[in-house]
Design a protein around this ligand. Structure first.
Ligand code: SF4
Ligand code: SF4
Length: 385
């Protein structure tokens, strides 16, 4: 069903969120089409790292609470699961993330069960795309009766946007995620991995927390933006197509979706997507003055050869601001190809694959994105011709 429900929701009051989600679900035929009393339902959150819910970097804990309460009221057992990115002292920070984001408290108060994907075991998936090696995903994805993907609406310094399609990357437990950044630094290739995960695990519903989203250079270092939206769909690509349009972009511009489009993960033609809820296609909301990532202007025109040089002109690279750096070394440990010097925090740009994991995972906003030396980029391009 290529239907996307957009609900207006201006705050994180549980009553409002529950009403808006329940009304939205009625437009999809009601909760009864998806869950039955006694089912175990896994909520796959966006818990990128140890960030508070108010930071807008993670799915808000009250959003998780609202969904938990709805499902508990229906007689379901609720699991809340994810695996965070990066490493601190060689260990994935997922357990800490559950506490800092407030999910641990929600689980205790609502009688839900935390599923730290790093500790739950894995199941094997045989990818059908470009990468043939077996993939290992967190076991709760196949142990639960129903899986609901609960992404956060955010822009992203490296992939431009992160939503329903990309949120499944956290289904790869622990430090193994870094390996995929290493083998798939190209964003289209990275999209292949995401499509593999969607094909390897069944996500029955996608319910996006877009109440306070993150604009600018997310997924952790951007700024909160009150978008006031909840998006619901069974089709993650359709949901992202609509969300991206609301931000002022088009899905064809964003490379991580190339694979999902080619491999028919869902619908990406806006004319074929039915919008329902508080909006319809003719009144599709636009999020005014939404700050897009610095890299976005370069991707917009990438199809023209002449513009490839403009891409380089606008290229940004991570630079560590030592005044803000707390020497936690999460960037050093999380860099998939180990090119950040542990003492000086200098980056070897000759080897950097621009995955932006360091920028994404620094919880202190100390990894800043600076424009590359444009002139040098142009000269090197010209001399390479
Ligand atoms: S840049 Fe950020 S992640 Fe890296 S050591 Fe400094 S504070 Fe930690
Ligand atoms: S320095 Fe940062 S952007 Fe470069 S490869 Fe390492 S983590 Fe990725």
């Amino acid at each position: 069903m290529n239907k996307v429900i957009i609900q207006e929701c201006t705050d994180y009051s549980i009553e409002n969120i529950m009403n808006k989600i329940n009304n939205g679900m009625d437009k999809l035929g009601g909760w009864g089409n998806f869950v039955r009393p006694g089912d175990t339902v896994l909520l796959k959150a966006n818990l990128i790292g140890p960030k508070s819910s108010d930071s807008a970097a993670v799915t808000h804990s009250e959003f998780i609470r609202s969904l938990t309460r709805i499902l508990k009221n229906m007689g379901c057992t609720v699991w809340i699961g994810d695996s965070s990115g990066g490493a601190i002292a060689g260990i994935s920070p997922t357990a800490q993330s559950f506490k800092v984001a407030g999910y641990q408290k929600v689980a205790e108060e609502e009688v839900a069960i935390i599923k730290n994907f790093d500790k739950e075991g894995v199941f094997e998936v045989q990818p059908k795309g470009k990468f043939k090696d077996k993939m290992y995903l967190a076991k709760p994805l196949i142990q639960a009766d129903v899986v609901i993907n609960v992404p956060k609406l955010k822009t992203h310094s490296a992939t431009i946007y992160t939503g329903a399609v990309k949120n499944v990357f956290g289904c790869i437990p622990g430090l193994r995620k870094g390996m995929y950044h290493k083998i798939a630094p190209d964003k289209e290739d990275f999209g292949e991995i995401l499509t593999d995960i969607h094909e390897g695990a069944k996500f029955h519903l996608h319910i996006m927390d877009g109440i306070v989203s993150m604009e600018g250079d997310g997924p952790t270092a951007g700024s909160p933006y009150h978008a006031n939206k909840i998006l619901i769909s069974t089709d993650p690509l359709a949901l992202d197509t609509v969300a991206i349009k609301m931000l002022g972009m088009d899905i064809e511009e964003i490379d991580i979706f190339t694979s999902a489009r080619k491999r028919n993960l869902g619908q990406w033609n806006l004319d074929k997507i039915t919008i329902d809820g508080d909006y319809n296609y003719k009144s599709l909301p636009v999020l005014n003055n939404y700050k897009l990532p610095k890299r976005y202007k370069s991707t917009k025109t990438r199809n023209s050869k002449a513009v490839i040089r403009v891409v380089d002109f606008f290229k940004t690279r991570p630079v560590i601001n030592m005044k803000k750096c707390k020497a936690c070394n999460i960037c050093v440990e999380s860099c998939p190809i180990k090119v950040i010097d542990i003492k000086t925090k200098k980056i070897d740009y000759d080897q950097c694959i621009e995955c932006m994991c360091c920028h994404e995972l620094c919880m202190h906003k100390a990894v800043e994105l600076k424009s590359d030396n444009a002139l040098a980029g142009i000269i090197s391009k010209l001399s390479a011709r």
